[in-house]
Design a protein around this ligand. Structure first.
Ligand code: ADP
Ligand code: MG
Length: 579
């Protein structure tokens, strides 16, 4: 084929794809325009996760009648005059690409009235072409309605995910902007139901409560920057107490000059500040606002403006890390389940003569789970059922650091990671029980109230039936609230809220229901298993080792990490120079 210039229509749809990927991208662009227009109240409405309809209503300064058609031209903007302006952008928009991109791939209607105008204007475009344009009565401000997104780009349409998932992305976006601009009132209406509303009081903490609920907000720590340092970079916001964490990294929100961005550097700085305070694979909840002079940061990096580049990235990194670190250390938190904690605590207890912790501590989850199947296992051994496992016979000698079981076998010494080993045991047991539809469920004396957060609720709803198979009984309780009436028995004594929120977080797993169920099984095993740092009695350790021997794959935990380390008799001889 010869080289030729693409027809305008094709070119504009390709360009639109850079900016508009899904309903949430439309909401992002429209909300940013409302904020730039000085709105105090922004209402977002979606139908069918935004695939059918997206509407953003603001009370901003409006668009004057003459400007309305211009606003939909490509590269039409009132926010940027000359190329120099690019180096200090103070508005969220600047490229003049959003409205034209949205119009190219949907049916858009805008009604708007600028300050001081008598009547407003209505303009409708379909696939980028104006089909109606007339004077129209309107309140001051702008209403943009986007219908049938991607109706003329089937390839894009195919890549959209379920209504619930697209809806969650929209919710995530609206709540992020509510946190970025606590002074503005944000409302979200999904299929006619109000799913989020912020008050616009100006207090970020109040928005946190609106987004995550009171219980979570109460465990958030306010970042207090160090006022003694002379830095052009200010860091504000909230980070979660290390005892509060999630399985998904989605709750780590970074806002740079009010812009929600995915910034690896800032996220890394936050994670670094937590260092060993969080268990492996867990993520904090954080809303970190970085403010710096506009000329210190380049926002013209990414088509959807979701990335920035700092002029001095080292300084930005250090400022964030320091602010978060100071916030965390001021609190002097005691992490719940990190392995270093286990080690020290175990030594301390030993020194205090509390070695037989089985008695001095209240019954723990490890004990309960191990107890449950004791009789069954004994019966199996008594009838001489051959052990399935590929482990040698092990004799338990003791526990190290409250974390590892020391055992000896015919070929030397074994160090067994008690958490990993127990995870393997519970994982396989759970799989079998589920396959045979006999998961033991435990009714709670009092139902537990969980609040998975606005966008997550719809996803959770889709999975409720499936969760029943796992021994959960969960029912909707109005709004985003759910009542948990029963849980799988292996979760007895664990932090149920945390587990359930983790499972809800993963509910839109990309790889479908099967892999979600696998993930739930792993998660339940993980939450139900004895923790590192939990002192076990000799009896419990023996039981654990025996159960591990019975498993199909005793040498790795369900995450693929090893459950044990072997030091052979030969190795020992070599180390001691006996050979
Ligand atoms: P940009 O935001 O980059 O300028 P857009 O395509 O998003 O580009 O918008 C084009 C122009 O339309 C804006 O510069 C602004 O003047 C006007 N505009 C868009 N939305 C609104 C709104 N909600 N209120 C007032 N003016 C708006
Ligand atoms: Mg814009």
């Amino acid at each position: 084929m010869p080289i030729r210039i693409l027809p305008e229509e094709v070119a504009s749809r390709i360009a639109a794809g850079e900016v508009i990927e899904r309903p949430a991208s439309v909401v992002k662009e429209l909300v940013e325009n409302s904020i730039d227009a000085g709105a105090g109240d922004i209402k977002v409405e979606i139908q069918e996760g935004g695939r059918r309809l997206i509407r953003v209503i603001d009370d901003g300064e409006g668009i004057s009648a003459d400007d309305v058609p211009v606003a939909f031209e490509r590269y039409a903007t009132s926010k940027l005059g000359a190329v120099e302006d690019l180096s200090h952008i103070a508005t969220l928009g600047f490229r003049g690409e959003a409205l034209s991109s949205i119009a190219a791939v949907s049916q858009v209607t805008v009604t708007t009235k600028a300050r001081g105008e008598e009547v407003g204007t209505m303009l409708r475009l379909e696939g980028g072409r104006v089909v109606r344009h007339e004077p129209h009565g309107a309140a001051q401000g702008t209403v943009v309605t986007v219908e049938n997104l991607f109706y003329n780009t089937p390839a894009r349409l195919k890549f959209l995910r379920s209504e619930a998932t697209e809806g969650r992305h929209v919710t995530e976006l609206v709540t992020c902007y509510a946190m970025a601009f606590p002074r503005l009132r944000f409302g979200l209406l999904s299929d006619g139901r109000s799913t989020f509303q912020s008050k616009g009081s100006g207090d970020l903490y109040e928005v946190l409560m609106d987004v995550y609920g009171l219980e979570t907000a109460e465990q958030m720590l306010r970042i207090r920057g160090d006022s003694t340092t002379q830095s052009a970079i200010a860091v504000h916001g909230f980070v979660s107490d290390p005892a509060l964490h999630r399985s998904s990294g989605r709750y780590l929100i970074t806002l740079v000059n009010g812009r929600w961005v995915r910034d690896r550097l800032i996220s890394y700085a936050i994670r670094e500040a937590y260092h060993t305070l969080l268990p492996r694979g867990r993520h904090p909840i954080a809303v970190v606002k970085v403010e710096l002079p506009p000329d210190q940061v380049d926002v013209n990096v990414h088509p959807a403006k979701s990335e920035v580049r700092f002029r001095n990235s080292g300084e930005a990194f250090a400022a964030v890390q320091k602010a978060v670190r100071q916030t965390l250390s001021r609190k002097a938190p005691v992490p719940r389940a990190s392995s270093s904690f286990g080690w020290e605590r175990a030594l301390e207890m030993r020194q205090r003569g509390l070695v037989e912790v089985g008695r001095s501590m209240r019954p723990t989850r490890g004990e309960l789970a191990l107890e449950l199947h004791r009789t069954g296992d004994q019966a199996a051994t008594a009838t001489g059922a051959p052990p399935k496992g590929k482990l040698p016979m092990l004799r338990v000698l003791g526990q190290l650091g409250g974390t590892y079981v020391i055992a000896e076998g015919p070929t030397g010494m074994f160090l067994i990671d008690q958490h990993a080993a127990h995870e393997r045991v519970l994982y396989e047991r759970f799989q079998t029980e589920r396959a045979e539809a006999r998961v033991s469920s435990q009714r709670l004396l009092e139902p537990l109230v969980v609040q998975p957060g606005p966008g997550q609720a719809a996803l959770m709803e889709e999975r409720l039936v499936s969760l029943k198979e796992f021994g959960f009984e969960i029912e909707p309780f109005g709004g985003d609230t759910y009542l948990v009436r029963a849980v799988p028995a292996i979760l007895q004594g664990t932090d149920l809220t945390q587990t359930i929120l983790d499972i809800a977080d993963e509910a839109d797993n990309r790889d479908g229901v099967d892999s979600w169920q696998e993930m739930v099984t792993i998660s339940l095993a993980c939450h139900g298993a004895a923790r590192a740092g939990q002192t076990l009695s000799v009896q419990q350790m023996r039981e654990l080792v025996r159960q591990l021997e019975e498993t199909e794959l005793p040498r790795t935990c369900p995450h693929g990490r090893p459950t044990m380390l072997h030091v052979s008799a030969e190795q020992l001889q070599r180390e001691f120079g006996r050979k």
